[in-house]
Design a protein around this ligand. Structure first.
Ligand code: RIB
Ligand code: CA
Length: 318
């Protein structure tokens, strides 16, 4: 039986690859996508998610729009550009055709609360964006924490930051929300930080393999990841030149194939105060805080296995 999941996204090129993997892999059943402010303002995240789903023939998957800003902060300087600057698309829009699909009338937080309240089967929750929607659901429904059987979160970094020397984007984007989520007492959290995603780099040669599949998902993956390689070469050079992590898709890949990640069971908290460290995931690798572990934290990834998983999923037509 396929594993059900809800994907919380700020779509984004790597979110888009995650959406396609979740929507197309036969071992997964994507119950819905929720969107949140992050890579671009939330209305663009929603539109990008709808475009991608339409493009791959999965317009049946509902999309629910969520929070347009972090829980406690008004200063969220988002300035990411998703397309190739050719002028054909708005810079906050992914380079896939417009869609007539519409978001659902229900908001993301209400959808999350109601879906888990009514669930009779396990639905994994996979947030790959700032954790504002998840924290809002926690705040509104005291039972939410018990009802979510499993969280797989892309975010944070131990050795690597990508917004500041200390912090990764998704956690830094709403540190108060992230602090709530890690302290809430969820029964199973897997954290997929930059330390793991930077071990699963995708190259131009891989993009050529995606394009050669001749499917809408293969073509879109090649375009999105190709654009990421250009941006990373310019702003965030990786250990291997002309490659990029595709963070969010690795978190989805883990649900299908847990062996993709090597994890350690550790305590994780989030810094919300320090002027130099706000948004840092404080991962207690040596048990200094003497707190019970609350997460399985990934530090390594099977790069080859990840690419093979993506190739298999994107070969399929919806
Ligand atoms: O730091 C990587 C994360 O930030 C990914 O989720 C990416 O989509 C951006 O939101
Ligand atoms: Ca994301």
């Amino acid at each position: 039986m396929a594993r059900k999941l809800i994907l919380d996204v700020d779509t984004g090129t790597d979110d888009a690859v995650a959406v396609m993997l979740a929507a197309l892999h036969p071992a997964l059943e994507l119950v819905g996508c929720t969107t949140v402010n992050g890579n671009v303002p939330v209305q663009f995240c929603t539109d990008n998610t709808l475009r991608v789903l339409d493009h791959i023939g999965r317009g049946d998957i509902p999309v629910f729009e969520g929070l347009s800003r972090p829980l406690a902060r008004s200063d969220f300087p988002v300035a990411r550009r998703l397309s190739d600057h050719s002028g054909k698309y708005h810079p906050d829009t992914l380079p896939v055709p417009p869609t007539a699909l519409k978001k659902q009338a229900t908001g993301a937080v209400e959808f999350l609360i109601e879906t888990y309240r009514a669930a009779t089967e396990e639905i994994a929750l996979v947030p790959v964006a700032p954790l504002s929607n998840i924290a809002a659901a926690l705040a509104l429904d005291p039972k939410f924490v018990e009802r979510v059987p499993e969280l797989v979160i892309m975010g944070g970094g131990h050795e690597i930051g990508n917004v500041t020397p200390s912090a990764e984007f998704n956690i830094w984007g709403d540190p108060e929300a992230a602090a709530m989520v890690f302290a809430a007492g969820f029964r199973k959290i897997t954290l997929v930080p930059l330390d793991a995603t930077h071990r699963a780099l995708i190259s131009r040669a891989h993009c050529a393999q995606f394009a050669a599949l001749g499917t809408p998902a293969g073509g879109a993956a090649a375009a999105f990841i190709g654009h990421r390689i250009v941006v990373h070469d310019e702003h965030q050079k990786q250990a291997v030149p002309h490659t990029t992590p595709v963070h969010d898709a690795l978190a989805v890949g883990f649900l299908v194939q847990p062996s993709l990640l090597t994890t350690r069971r550790l305590h994780v908290a989030v810094e919300t105060q320090g002027p130099l460290t706000v948004g840092r995931t404080v991962i207690d690798t040596h048990g200094r805080g003497r707190q019970a572990p609350n997460c399985d934290v990934a530090f390594d990834a099977d790069a080859e296995g990840f690419v093979e998983l993506l190739l298999r999923a994107f070969a399929a037509k919806a």
